[in-house]
Design a protein around this ligand. Structure first.
Ligand SMILES: [Zn+2]
Length: 543
């Protein structure tokens, strides 16, 4: 009997985003992808045909879910296949951490859940697919959690599980001391002293496993913020945080176990400043881009297909186009523009230097259309385009990575909520706590790039605060400005732009600027004016 077999690994979001360093984030995402790959390879060896994810040549990132076609003699055989593939996946995770104290083992044993479902597949692919989806959703709904019920000090990163490893440089006998913190009832806890930890940092078994993953990744978000400055200038200092004067302190050096002497680091910093002077601008901010395909459920269910009997081919094509795009995306976002953390399935997560933000997004957007949407449209005669919506957050390198990842996820959701999707929600989290946010369709989003350049070359930013002050008061309780006030707004815009000109005779720039601003004009005034403030912010950081 032939079956469709669908499997998913959870939890994904918490596992990936509970990270303090970029390296852990990358480690977590690598682990998940690898777990999925282990499952897919096992299925392939048992003669299964992969429907999704399709692979391309080279290194692939695998999503946490896969669908295969596979035949069995009996239902028992199917069940044993399911249990074996789940064991293979979990065993991979269990063997990552060689240093297994009982508490680490317990964390690892209880963390991941694997859900699977299968449906008999005679002839009607669509029917079998709907059924296997429905069954998996049912299995996930009936899930139960293992409560560890731990008493004691919690992990510094996730705050959920107890610490399993701890570092205390001051304590001669920190193992003894930490037993007290962890669990008063347990005498068998083995604590590990580890150089990968910061002083006074305690991690649970899960967060520790991500920390020790051996991955090729940038270490911290400061590496991304500073990437616009050529490597020749930066190469002397391996830790990018030492290019920021605020970190050249005894405290920072002790906490982070910096091996260089503070005096040398200060000297190198002076040389660095001299080398970039007048040539490169240093910023403390970087951006995170997250996106996934719009209406994925509708696409996969075949709702948007004219001929539903082609659903099986469509699934394979959409998945292989996504894989081709993912490979391209990794080429687009890499050093010196930034780094791709994850590109697989229809999901993307990457970090980008803010000098390259617009350029990278523009290219990702046009490649998505060229490599995925257009070929599918042509082959299947589709009416709709397959698009994506993106959350983008600009943050200070010192802002907690967990907070930033939470914000970018929120941004992505907001973009998806906007009508028609195909949109970007761009959020700026200033270190002062101030937040600016604008949601725009992709078709008008890149006007922000133009406006930012105009602010750099031709206009001072004065007109923005003038408009804000004058028109915010006229908005209704939802922050919307009545259409009848638009002509007044544009008159005022023209007047203030004239006065904001940096060079008196550069008047020919006014009309293009107004046209560009018109394209980002939304009914919600806050959304509109925040877009302009964000341009001002980006210009100040990179200009
Ligand atoms: Zn943890």
């Amino acid at each position: 009997m032939r079956y469709l077999f669908l499997l998913t690994i959870t939890p994904v979001q918490d596992f990936i985003s509970q990270a303090r360093k970029l390296k852990e984030l990358y480690g977590g995402s690598t682990i998940l992808s690898k777990m999925s790959e282990v499952g897919i390879e096992y299925a392939k060896n048992r003669g299964a045909t992969i429907i999704f994810p399709q692979q391309t040549e080279g290194k692939n990132s695998y999503p946490n879910r896969f669908l295969v076609e596979v035949s069995f003699e009996s239902e028992d055989e199917l069940k044993s296949f399911a249990s074996n593939v789940s064991d293979e996946i979990l065993n991979y995770f269990k063997t990552l951490n060689k240093n297994q104290s009982p508490i680490i083992e317990q964390h690892i044993e209880n963390f991941f859940q694997i859900y699977w479902s299968a449906s008999e597949y005679g002839g009607d692919y669509k029917e079998a697919f709907d059924e296997v989806e429905k069954r998996l959703a049912g299995a996930k709904n009936s899930r139960f959690f293992t409560q560890l019920g731990e008493v004691g000090r919690k992990c510094s990163i996730c705050g959920e599980r107890n610490i399993a490893v701890y570092k205390d440089k001051d304590s001669k006998n920190h193992k003894k001391r930490m037993k007290f913190y962890i669990d008063l009832q347990r005498e068998d806890l083995e604590l590990v002293y580890d150089n990968l930890l910061q002083d006074k940092e305690g991690l649970c078994g899960i967060c520790y496993t991500k920390r020790i993953m051996d991955v090729e990744s940038f270490d911290s978000t400061a590496d991304i913020a500073i990437m616009n400055i050529p490597l020749e200038i930066r190469k002397k200092q391996r830790d990018s945080q030492l290019f920021y004067e605020e970190n050249l302190t005894k405290d920072f050096f002790k906490k982070n176990d910096v091996s260089n002497s503070l005096e040398d680091a200060k000297q190198e910093f002076q040389e660095f400043k001299k080398a970039i002077k007048g040539k490169y601008k240093q910023t403390s901010y970087y951006a995170v881009i997250m996106f996934d395909g719009d209406d994925m459920g509708k696409w996969l269910s075949g709702q948007k297909l004219n001929d539903q009997s082609r659903l099986r081919d469509f699934h394979k094509d959409i998945s292989s186009n996504l894989a081709i795009f993912a490979k391209k995306a990794k080429e687009i976002l890499k050093e010196p523009k930034g780094m791709t953390v994850y590109a697989g399935g229809e999901d993307f997560l990457g970090f980008v230097n803010i000098n390259k933000l617009f350029e990278v997004l523009k290219e990702l957007n046009s490649r998505f259309s060229e490599l995925i949407s257009e070929p599918l449209k042509e082959k299947y005669g589709l009416r709709d385009s397959f698009t994506f919506s993106s959350g983008v957050v600009i943050a200070h390198y010192k802002t907690s990575l967990g907070v930033v990842l939470g914000e970018v996820r929120k941004s992505e959701k907001k973009a998806k909520k906007s009508s028609g999707k195909d949109a970007v929600c761009l959020t700026v989290l200033k270190r002062s706590g101030e937040i600016r946010e604008t949601i725009l369709k992709f078709e008008s989003f890149f006007e922000l790039d133009f406006i930012t350049k105009q602010l750099n070359e031709n206009f001072s930013d004065k007109f923005i605060s003038v408009l804000d002050k004058e028109f915010l008061l006229m908005c209704d309780e939802n922050g919307e400005l009545d259409n009848s006030l638009n002509s007044m707004l544009y008159l005022e815009l023209k007047r203030t732009l004239k006065r904001s000109l940096k060079v008196d005779n550069a008047k020919e720039n006014i009309d293009p600027m107004i046209e560009s601003i018109r394209k980002i004009h939304t009914v919600n005034f806050r959304n509109f004016i925040d877009g302009l403030y964000i341009c001002r912010f980006i210009d100040k950081e990179i200009g």
